[in-house]
Write a protein that binds this ligand. Structure first.
Ligand code: NAP
Length: 260
């Protein structure tokens, strides 16, 4: 039985990863997130997860909560075969908009938490003998996106990925990042990047035209890649930063105008 911890498994991309892993079988998925209400919503839409996915509550940006989770996993499961650092926060804006407190909050969740959690999980990951860490970054790590704090935190997460792949390879711990393009999840509405549902729909429709594949992403598109990286099929893949973005990073406005 493989034991896999996902941060933020109660919503969006994390929920799709938890569901796919559960369906693959022979995996115990543990999800760590804050809101009990979101967990109940997830179980309402996916009743098959009840009793199968171990939803626990805690805040990844609090060292004490991460420590508790490490203790819980050690006592209950004894090892960890997969860690998906997925929980994230997005505050839109540049230096005129994001004050220092918000800057720190974004970095705490998106950058410091994956570092801290990976560090705290090391004894359990080493005990696996064949472990995989997947960091959910973003295409915004390589281009300034909607938020300075978000882009900087994800750029740092890419470097954590590359650094740790080199450091932890000898312990048979692989470390990779998946960098999604725009994916339809509650993130943008919850983070107030858009004011309301109609503004969100407009943003999705406008963005779709910039994806060569012709649509924005679904959480399942990302889950497929994450599950591959967690599996033994990816046993020689480490230190990779993998864009899963419908080609948005290579979109070419001039070609689009020429061809249509
Ligand atoms: N959606 C996109 O377009 C997109 C694109 C590129 C990258 N990403 C990345 O994908 C990841 C998942 O995003 P999503 O779109 O699936 O967002 P989402 O639907 O809002 O889900 C976020 C999950 O993270 C949990 N979470 C947030 N802060 C947390 C904290 N401090 N401690 C523990 N859990 C926390 C949330 O639960 P609680 O609030 O209950 O804690 C929720 O389960 C993020 O890292 C995001 O940056 C998303």
């Amino acid at each position: 039985m493989k034991h896999i911890l996902i941060t933020g498994g109660s919503s969006g991309i994390g929920l799709a990863i938890a569901k796919k892993l559960m369906e693959e079988g022979n995996r115990k998925v543990i999800s760590l997130s804050r809101s009990q209400e979101k967990i109940e919503r997830a179980l309402f839409t996916h009743p098959e997860m009840e009793g199968e996915v171990d939803f626990i509550t805690g805040d990844v940006s609090k060292a004490g909560d991460c420590q508790k989770v490490a203790g819980y996993l050690k006592d209950r499961y004894g090892k960890l075969d997969g860690l998906v650092n997925n929980a994230g926060m997005l505050t839109a804006g540049g230096i005129h908009d994001i004050d220092y407190e918000l800057w720190k909050a974004n970095l705490d969740i998106n950058l410091n938490a994956p570092y801290l959690l990976t560090q705290m999980m090391l004894p359990l990951l080493k005990a696996s003998g064949n472990a995989s860490v997947v960091n959910i970054s973003s295409v915004a790590s390589r281009i300034p996106g909607r938020s300075i704090a978000y882009s900087v935190s994800k750029a740092g997460l890419d470097m954590i990925t590359e650094f740790l792949a080199g450091e932890l390879g000898p312990y048979q711990i692989r470390v990779n990042a998946v960098n999604p393009g725009l994916v339809e999840t509650p993130l943008h509405l919850d983070s107030k990047v858009v004011d309301d549902e109609s503004m969100y729909r407009e943003m999705l429709a406008k963005s779709a035209g910039k994806y060569p594949i012709g649509r924005i992403g679904k959480p399942e598109d990302i889950a497929q890649m994450v599950c591959f990286l967690l599996s033994e099929k990816a046993s020689w893949v480490t230190g990779s930063i993998i864009r899963v973005d419908g080609g948005s990073s290579v979109f070419n406005e001039i070609l689009k105008r020429k061809n249509r």
